[in-house]
Design a protein around this ligand. Structure first.
Ligand code: PAF
Length: 277
């Protein structure tokens, strides 16, 4: 594996490799969820590139950026073990030699759920992902479905910029107790970590009887159920169309119905989702 930090070194490392290029962009603090993306990329592509970059432009909360876990040495060892060809660990000045002033409009997919709650977040994701795609020029790029709305935003980004990249969405990976893997889980204290699996348990219960309740009834039930746990506070639970991400009015829809949730656990925000029908 070649580990590079600077853009010219990335270009040089890529120039020596042939075939389909698969790319897994990450913010580091890697866990089994990231490694499952890398494994799939390894199976489907000739060349595997992973970036580790905590992108400041997508953080709407300074403290979240400051506290975001950073474990570069461990990350490099994991990537080496996973058979990655090129690990790209740039600094802010390498990704943004000048300030990125682009403003995207991703339309309806960014105006729901995370969009209004994290102003500027998806714009920052658009900036960094388009910049990384320009540098790596992947044929395929792999993203986890835990960030369900991010996947929709990135599909819209490549559509608008006409980038020839296939976006591959990969299933959520979970701990044995059901908690969706996330780098932010490392920030939970023991009581919070113990409480957090209640989120997925509730989503599973909701999926069992989803279409026997009306959507507003289900939404109310999920919120109340999650909030029964004193460590957890639901920010939103929405039943949305699987393609447009707009709130669903009924249970019928070609692209399925997904229950998407954001929960505050102390200072930390966790998101998760489940296919309801
Ligand atoms: O999902 C993430 O870790 C980040 O949002 C991404 C896609 C790597 C962009 O910084």
């Amino acid at each position: 594996m070649k580990a590079v930090h600077k853009v010219p070194d990335l270009r040089q490392a890529l120039s020596g490799l042939n075939g389909t290029v698969g790319f897994v962009p990450t913010m580091g603090a890697l866990h089994a969820g990231h490694l499952s993306l890398v494994e799939r990329c390894r199976r489907e592509c000739d060349v595997v590139v992973v970036s580790v970059f905590v992108n400041p432009t997508q953080f709407n909360d300074r403290n979240d950026l400051k506290n975001y876990p950073r474990t570069p040495e461990k990350d490099l060892a994991l990537l080496e073990g996973a058979g990655v060809d090129v690990a790209f660990l740039p600094g802010v000045e390498d990704v943004y030699p000048q300030e990125d002033t682009r403003r995207f409009d991703f339309g309806p997919v960014e105006r729901v759920m995370e969009g209004p709650l994290r102003p500027g977040h998806f714009n920052g994701v658009g900036q960094v992902v388009s910049r990384l795609f320009d540098l790596v020029k992947p044929h395929r790029a792999y993203f986890g479905e835990k960030d369900f709305q991010q996947v929709a935003v990135i599909r819209e980004l490549v559509r608008q910029l006409r980038m020839p990249v296939e976006i591959v969405a990969c299933p959520i990976r979970r701990d044995a107790d059901g908690l969706a893997l996330s780098s932010r889980n490392a920030l939970l204290n023991p009581a919070q970590r113990k409480a957090a699996p209640h989120i997925y348990r509730t989503l599973c219960e909701a999926a069992e009887f989803a279409n026997r309740k009306s959507i507003p009834e289900l939404c109310r039930w999920v919120r109340e159920r999650i909030d029964e746990n004193p460590e957890l506070e639901t920010e939103y639970f929405e039943v949305v169309d699987g393609r447009t991400l707009q709130p669903a009015a009924d249970w019928k829809g070609e692209h399925g119905r997904y229950g998407c949730v954001a929960v505050r656990v102390g200072e930390i925000r966790l998101i998760d989702n489940i296919k309801l029908c």
